[in-house]
Design a protein around this ligand. Sequence first.
Ligand code: ADP
Ligand code: ZN
Length: 525
Amino acid sequence: MENLATHSIDTPHGVLKEVFGYSDFRDGQLDVIQACLDGRDSLVLLPTGGGKSLCYQVPALLLPGTCVVVSPLISLMQDQVAQLQALGISAEFINNSLDRAQQQAIYQRLHQGEIKLLYVAPEKILQNEFIERLSHLQLGLFAIDEAHCVSHWGHDFRPHYCRLHELKHRFASVPMMALTATADLATRSDIVTQLGLQAPFIHTGSFDRPNIRYTIEEKFKPLSQLMRYLRTQKGQSGIVYCSSRKRVDDIAEKLVEAGFNAAAYHAGMSNEQRQFVQNAFARDDIQIVVATVAFGMGINKSNVRYVLHYDIPKSIEAYYQETGRAGRDGLAAEAIMYFDPADIGRVKRFFEDIEDEHRRRVEEQRFSSMASFASAQTCRRQILLNYFSEYQREPCGNCDICLNPPKRFDGTLVAQQALSCIYRAEQRFGLGYIVDVLRGANTARIRDNQHHTLSTYGIGKEHSNEYWLSILRQLIHHGLVAQDITQGAALRLTEGARSVLRGEYALQLAQPRLEAKHVYQDKLA
Ligand code: ADP
Ligand code: ZN
């Protein structure tokens, strides 16, 4: 396959049409390309699937010399290079998966000016030997893909990226283009400073992904919730994110036992195992990948129909990135998260182990935004986009809150039932136990405690387990009940509970959102 750039295609539109076979640029692509052709640095902020690659691939074919693309993942490089080669473009990658002879062959072609796009891992590009080679080449452009990896603020900091500013020092006249799908402001400005971009042209696309439906479901019995959902998704590809390796293994195993076509993916597995799962997922041989956040940037799959968070992610950025892997083909897709307010405390305790105080505060701050997003009762998309400074006035019509608005009711009576049950059980028991007493469960523990003789035993048996859990959680939110972490999360009444018990005012509660999905199932199609 010979170098198409030697043909007489000499305009961005010409390249777009003749090489890539597309008729129009997307919003902003041409501006970025033009800035680059004018020799300017640039920062390209587009969501996943937004078309970042063309922003540097087109100028790479128009500028004299080689375009060097820094990309953090071998699998990503291989995919891109294969796609480019299939279009007849002379693209190669160089990383430690190639042996010496293969690398030498590429160097030779580089020096002969035969390679238009060279993909390189950051650790490779920073080796003195490699920089030395570059200095003998004609360079058209540096493209830094996944540029947020340079930022301590970002959700995916990588130490090697930090040193990329050395490229700008060494090759000041070569334009540099930084690309990322990360949307938060702190990371954006950090990228510019860390890479040393000079008066960059900045393009910010919309971060809205209208085809993704956001849903947050209360977490009750997450495994059965998950299986019930997966049964509605037969034959579709999806990702289930969990917060720990152990949970990933556990859930993947249970899904397989239940007959689902699922596999686990996390950083504790060998490279071969991970590669195998990723490839099988790409080929649709595996439908469900249960993963930690380690399953990330390498997924270049367009038909992921759902991304499900089994646990709350650590930041809105991470949530947005992970959910963004759904629906890259533009067709309807779902982002579902199971949320138990008690997880907020659990995650916060995890931050206490972070030694660097600044880092700890940053993490806490990011997480508290995530926690309030999860607990909020307003349009999910509005909150997300407003968080990324993309002001949205109208609710979206395609999230659980818009489709199934929370209903309020006078919860005084159920609150009184729950509060007096906690009181009569001497404020020594946790959520699950109190729910059992309210529902009149026949358990040994209740009999041993003589709680089947309480007047509140079975007082709420007409409601489900989930219903009562939801009510109790709301009472905690309202500050009427406190959870004593030092005493096995025992529930205690607070000062505020007294006036509710006396019926001094009508307590408004949200109708528990049980089986939220099925309520609007018919609107789904
Ligand atoms: P990103 O890197 O931003 O996640 P990609 O560069 O992989 O996104 O682009 C996503 C998809 O959109 C690719 O299939 C790409 O070929 C396609 N695409 C990008 N720009 C255009 C365009 N101007 N016209 C048509 N398709 C495009
Ligand atoms: Zn909405």
